[in-house]
Design a protein around this ligand. Structure first.
Ligand code: ARG
Length: 469
């Protein structure tokens, strides 16, 4: 039995489709096939769709204005009952669509029975999910924007904070923390663009496809589409009731977004460790250990990193759900909702917590800078210096390799060596070499669009603010 709140199992409520049946539904089959336990969350969109459908039927003369007014009032009442928790959901009535319609008819009588004219639950459910997902995408975009803004704020504030940049998780070259934050921003901007693109295909109205072939009533689909804010109507009724591509696309975009958050999480977790000690995640986003008094665990990033698993799983569920399905609607499609809902909830929650956490993150500039001084992060700068003195890059690479070897053997960075020591590897080196061996000199030299120089990071942050969707 679906376990959602407020569901009651009524003794074989008479079903809207009971006419051709001689036996009641088996009690277990009834519970097994019902979707009301999870699709009741679509009620607002279901009612919105019904309002538009009733108005369209009136517009084309299938319903009278009086019938329409009665239906609209009745739908308001149903919505209010649901919102105030008075509505009695019934498993016998299978899904949100039949629950709402049955209650409407109980409230207003004859007119309620006319609402389903020229419509099927097949085009109704497809419409509901699209309306629901359109709203959710908008809410997700708002959270995404908050997170992007937090990253840009951090980038601006810390545009000249120096940290080690890594490849292979080995110290590579110094970068600025602001530059790192803007790398995250770029990933999220692509996610926002993908969601915006997906929304275009979500925002198409299947209503009017009816069960699969369209309807014999003189419906005006453009009229309902306008009422519901859909950009256009679906072109083919068979495709309209069976298509769930938009849900798969959304989950794919969500999986990639969650993958990005999992990468941010991995870095934050490392940075928060005693070994790195680059950042301070506020206490309000961490928890302690019940046995180890010293622990402050980065639970939020860890949990978000973990949640990518369920989102990837749901994407595969939906792909597998649709694989091999013949046209048009099949009951299989009822299985689209739980994965989709969970992806929406997981993504929205993860983005919200991340936006809040990043807005409160502080960094430890001294520790970052100290770490950047380890691992010969300015070795490439020395090679570039030699090239500027006319040494071919491959020879320069070898000279620097030998200098690094000396540094490893004597436990010193390149900047800590005497000029004479460096000169034994190449006579192209003179006193001005130390300008490029400092961290500040190294980052400032990467002064082009997309580079890590503090001035570039500041400019990039300003551009990023304008690029947010
Ligand atoms: N509960 C169904 C779903 O979620 C609604 C459509 C059912 N249509 C049908 N002919 N059984 O897909």
């Amino acid at each position: 039995m679906p376990s959602s709140q407020g569901i009651i199992v009524t003794e074989h409520t008479s079903k809207p489709w009971a006419g051709r049946f001689t036996e009641p539904t088996d009690a277990f089959v009834e519970a097994f096939t019902a979707s009301v336990g999870f699709d009741q969350r679509l009620y607002r969109h279901d009612i919105a769709g019904s309002r538009a459908h009733a108005r369209m039927l009136t517009h084309v003369g299938v319903l009278t204005q009086g019938e329409c007014d009665t239906i609209l009032q009745g739908l308001d009442r149903v919505e209010q009952e649901i919102e105030t928790g008075q509505f009695q959901w019934s498993v016998s009535l299978e899904d949100v669509h039949m629950n709402v319609e049955a209650r409407l008819t109980a409230l207003i009588g004859e007119a309620g029975k006319k609402l389903h004219t020229g419509r099927s639950r097949n085009d109704q459910v497809a419409t509901d999910i699209r309306l629901y997902l359109r709203d959710e995408i908008d809410a997700i975009q708002a959270e995404l924007k908050r997170l992007q803004t937090a990253l840009i704020d951090l980038a601006e504030r810390e545009h000249d904070a120096i940290m080690p940049g890594f490849t292979h998780l080995q110290v590579a070259q110094p970068v600025t923390f602001g530059h790192h934050m803007l790398a995250w921003f770029e990933m999220l901007l692509r996610d926002a663009q993908r969601l915006a693109d997906c929304r275009k295909r979500v925002n198409v109205m299947p209503l009017g496809a009816a069960a699969l072939a369209g309807t014999s009533y003189p419906i005006d689909r453009e009229y309902s589409a306008q009422l519901l804010g859909f950009e256009r109507v679906t072109e083919n009724s068979l495709d309209a009731v069976s298509d769930r591509d938009f849900a798969i696309e959304f989950c794919a975009a969500a999986a990639l977004l969650m993958t990005h958050l999992s990468r941010f999480s991995e870095e934050l977790i490392l940075w928060a460790s005693a070994q790195f000690d680059f950042v301070d995640i506020p206490d309000s986003f961490c928890t302690g250990s019940s046995i180890m008094p010293q622990k402050k665990n980065p639970d939020v990033p860890e949990l978000v990193r973990g949640k990518v698993g369920r989102v990837n799983g749901h994407l595969i569920s939906l792909l597998t759900l649709m694989k091999g399905q013949p046209l048009a609607y099949n009951k299989d499609n009822q299985e689209d909702k739980e994965p989709l809902f969970d992806v929406v909830d997981t993504l929205r929650g993860s983005l919200k917590v991340y936006a809040d956490m990043m807005a409160a993150l502080t960094i430890k500039r001294d520790n970052m800078e100290r770490a950047a001084l380890q691992g010969f992060s300015t070795a490439t700068d020395l090679a570039d210096y030699l090239v500027r003195q006319g040494v071919p890059f491959r020879d320069a690479h070898e000279v620097v390799g030998k200098a690094v070897r000396l540094g490893v053997d004597t436990g010193r960075d390149l900047a800590e060596m005497a000029l004479s020591e460096l000169q034994q590897f190449s006579d192209a080196i003179s006193a001005d070499v130390f300008e490029v061996l400092t961290l500040q000199g190294s980052v400032a030299a990467r002064d082009h669009i997309g580079g890590t120089a503090p001035a570039q990071v500041k400019a990039a942050a300003a551009r990023a603010r304008r690029r947010v969707l």
